[in-house]
Write a protein that binds this ligand. Structure first.
Ligand SMILES: Cc1cc2nc3c(=O)[nH]c(=O)nc-3n(C[C@H](O)[C@H](O)[C@H](O)COP(=O)(O)O)c2cc1C
Ligand code: SF4
Ligand code: SF4
Length: 371
């Protein structure tokens, strides 16, 4: 049996993620017990949101009192989160805490108290007026310098940082993704609202960070749509019932076992993201490859050298009968091609192994595009 790392190759906080399906936070609802009750079907969970300082705790009380919203209420965030973490001990769920805090110092002191065994997710998502007025949630998207300061403070404590945000709120989501990457964030947890996969592709093409796509992912088609436009994983909040999670887990496991690359992108000319350069031909004709290379500032000769150097010594470094003399330039396995398939047969390479090698090539390309 294939193990989870061979199947998905997905790590968060230096831990193997069993499946790229997880739970997104819902204040007052998603805690350790909620995640543990779904442990069989998920790879990760972000519990919370938890208010971590006096202003955000006051805002949570306002929301719970005046507006009747469900919130986690307590007087000591460190004690509450320590208790939640203790419950998760021994579980193979990779575990994050979604946090509402109003200053870098609040996040820093929490990280000092709780250590690096959890992912610290900054809630830049909440749009409840009391929270935003307190200076957290969406406030951070309108004041990105403050958000970047929180990321830097957490990274100084050497913890893994995720940023949860809704698209279409910041002035420019692409610039936000890039600046979060530069500030040291590890994960972007993106609520796509109804923006669709084109928005996700823009974010994927702006940074090399791990991306969790969120919002309305209740079926496998939507999940694959997200994974083929740049997501590494998907999360569910409102539909995080056992049946839906189990269905997605089973379907993506089957897909990965059959195809070899669970989040393979579409070809570039079919709307794929930048990882699709792994399937692109030599730059010999006018097609979407040319503007893409211009956008990333890579001269054509460098692109050619990069791909050929990257496959040297691997099983992709063959294929004299193919269009451009090497499998490095060959298309995705879903594009039928007699010449590529003949080469694979001669070399004793399965289609699944071919896709796995294309994934490795794509990882190399990503590290060259985003040094
Ligand atoms: C009742 C409720 C509470 C939520 N609380 C939080 C929160 O505390 N922090 C956060 O980042 N997102 C919160 N969210 C947003 C969800 O994590 C998720 O981004 C959103 O519901 C869209 O995903 P879905 O379609 O899978 O529900 C909340 C959503 C709901 C419905
Ligand atoms: S190089 Fe080939 S695969 Fe890439 S965009 Fe052009 S035609 Fe499509
Ligand atoms: S040989 Fe087939 S798979 Fe390879 S580049 Fe040509 S058409 Fe694509």
């Amino acid at each position: 049996m294939m193990n989870a790392f061979e199947r998905f190759g997905l790590l968060i906080n230096d831990r193997i993620v069993r499946t790229p399906v997880g739970i997104a936070s819902m204040a007052g609802i998603v805690d350790a017990d909620y995640a543990l009750a779904r442990a069989e079907h998920i790879g990760f969970a972000f519990i919370g949101g938890y208010a971590i300082d006096a202003p955000s705790m006051a805002a949570a009380r306002t929301l719970a009192g005046e507006n009747g919203r469900q919130e986690f209420l307590y007087s000591d965030p460190v004690a509450e989160l320590t208790a939640q973490m203790a419950k998760m001990d021994g579980s193979d769920i990779v575990f994050g805490i979604n946090l509402r805090g109003t200053s870098p110092a609040s996040f820093r002191s929490l990280a000092k108290a709780l250590g690096d065994s959890v992912v610290y997710e900054i809630d830049a998502h909440c749009r409840q007026p009391a929270m935003v007025e307190a200076g957290c949630g969406e406030h951070y998207l309108k004041n990105p310098d403050e958000l970047l300061a929180v990321v830097r403070a957490l990274k100084e404590e050497n913890v893994t940082v995720s940023v949860k945000f809704r698209v279409g709120i910041a002035q420019d989501d692409r610039a936000l993704a890039k600046s979060l990457w530069k500030a040291g964030a590890d994960i972007l947890h993106v609520d796509l609202m109804d923006a669709g996969s084109a928005k996700l592709r823009q974010i994927r093409n702006s940074c090399p960070l791990l991306i969790i796509a969120n919002n309305g992912i209740a079926g496998f088609d939507r999940m694959r749509e997200m994974l083929s436009h740049g997501a590494d994983a998907v999360s569910l909040a409102r539909q995080s019932d056992e049946r839906t999670l189990a269905g997605l887990d089973a379907a993506i496991t089957r897909f990965a076992d059959e195809e070899g690359w669970y989040n393979s992108p579409k070809q570039l000319c079919r709307g794929g993201d930048i990882r699709a350069l792994t399937f692109c031909c030599m730059p010999v004709k006018e097609c979407p490859l040319i503007p893409t290379l211009e956008r990333i500032g890579m001269p054509r000769e460098e692109y050619i050298r990069m791909k050929l150097d990257s496959v040297k010594g691997t099983s992709l470094d063959t294929g004299t009968q193919t269009c451009f003399g090497s499998l490095a330039w060959c298309c995705k396995i879903s594009s039928p091609c007699m010449f590529r398939n003949m080469t694979l047969k001669q070399e004793g390479l399965s289609t699944k192994e071919y896709m796995r090698l294309k994934r490795e090539l794509s990882d190399t390309i990503m590290s060259r595009v985003f040094p």
